[in-house]
Design a protein around this ligand. Structure first.
Ligand SMILES: N[C@@H](Cc1c[nH]c[nH+]1)C(=O)O
Length: 367
């Protein structure tokens, strides 16, 4: 017998499991106040369906297995966005648009990434299905920020990107063969100036156009002489205007990693004290069964990074109730918001029960 878990998996223990649950509640609570109602998608579904639901999405990230019951290949969800898209397209297909849904639950990745050695993550988020306009993006980014603030996470910064930048330029002012688009995107993403110069030197200024939002936006506007990026740049500007002063803003137009299915807009969310990103979002397209497409916008947050960084509330405030104390008094204290921990044996101590206070002479005394 072994007590080891597979690589990338871990148990969440007290007080972190409670902290993650409170974080989830705060985030979904803030989303609920903006009209986002919760949907709870299935943990696993047919691989073919999961992979085909979002335009440009791949199922490569998913852990797959053959279901002995259906004899079909199933995938454990690596991301809930596609599942929410499926629900909005099928069972909620008749619902007036836009549909606002929130979600929270574990997701499983086939491989750990450099930023996250974990493979099982607690994901939570919101999807607005039916729109990918600037107004929709403003709402989504605003709800993400408000949800984090409600959860007590401060020092938030948002890094915007334009996931379909290269295909947009390639089919317009800076023509490029379809076979080169993916390679150029990768090299721009890696800020590999030499590599970019080899394929398409006219794209080089894009590497320089990354940094604090308003300067980077200026540089990108100068680069966009023909105006092919005009609507995107105006949209970003409107988003940034709405967030100025509240969160730190940067722009990295060629960042592609983690934005495989997003369309005109992508963003990463960071918080002070956390190494990697704590969330991501953007606009994307859902594919319906009849082949039609529908625009959507959303964000996802990852609870573990926030909890591990100590940003979620993990404070313990526990009141020890000695063996001889009046149970009715302990009940009254719980009514006032205390966590009470009752002694069950004579030798029990507040220290052993991780208590910060003791119930003595009818009141809570700090230890
Ligand atoms: N689910 C995506 C982010 C996202 C939500 N909606 C749109 N994009 C992710 O975690 O990378």
């Amino acid at each position: 017998m072994t007590s080891l878990l597979p690589q990338g998996f871990r148990d969440r223990l007290p007080p972190f499991a409670d902290a993650a649950a409170r974080l989830e509640q705060a985030v979904l609570g803030a989303a609920f106040l903006h009209g986002y109602e919760r949907a709870d998608p299935a943990l696993a579904e047919f691989e073919a369906g999961l992979a085909s639901r979002l335009k440009a999405a791949r199922a490569q990230d998913a852990v797959r297995f053959v279901d002995p019951v259906s004899q079909k290949s199933l995938a454990i969800r690596p991301d809930m966005t596609a599942q929410i898209g499926r629900i909005a397209a099928t069972r909620m297909g008749h619902h007036p648009r836009p549909v606002r849904l929130s979600y929270a639950g574990p997701v499983l990745r086939l491989r750990a990434s450099q930023l996250s050695p974990e493979r099982e993550l607690l994901q939570m988020g919101c999807e607005l299905i039916g729109l990918d306009t600037v107004a929709a993006a403003r709402e989504i980014v605003g709800v993400a920020v408000e949800a984090l603030e409600a959860a007590g996470v401060g020092d938030i910064s948002i890094d915007f990107t334009l996931p379909d930048l290269v295909p947009t330029l390639a089919s317009g002012p800076l023509p490029l063969g379809a076979d080169k688009i993916a390679l150029l995107s990768d090299r721009l993403d890696a800020k590999d100036a030499g590599g970019v110069a080899e394929i398409a030197p006219e794209y080089l200024p894009l590497i320089e156009a990354a940094g604090p939002f308003f300067e980077a936006h200026d540089r990108l506007c100068q680069f966009d002489v023909g105006g092919a990026l005009r609507s995107r740049l105006d949209g970003l500007w409107a988003l940034a205007e709405g967030l100025k002063g509240r969160v730190a803003l940067t722009l990295d137009p060629t960042e592609r990693h983690g934005f495989e299915f997003q369309s005109w807009l992508g963003f990463s969310i960071f918080a002070g004290g956390v190494r990697g990103e704590i969330g991501r979002g953007g606009s994307y397209t859902i594919l319906h069964e009849d082949g039609s497409e529908e625009a959507a916008t959303g964000f996802s947050l990852y609870a573990d990074a926030i909890v591990a960084a100590g940003l979620a509330d993990i404070e313990r405030r526990r009141l020890f109730v000695p063996l001889d104390a009046d149970p009715a008094l302990a009940a009254k204290m719980r009514g006032e918001g205390w966590v009470t921990v009752a002694a069950l044996e004579a030798g029990d101590t507040p220290e052993a029960q991780l208590c910060t206070h003791v119930l003595a002479e009818g009141e809570a005394r700090a230890l």
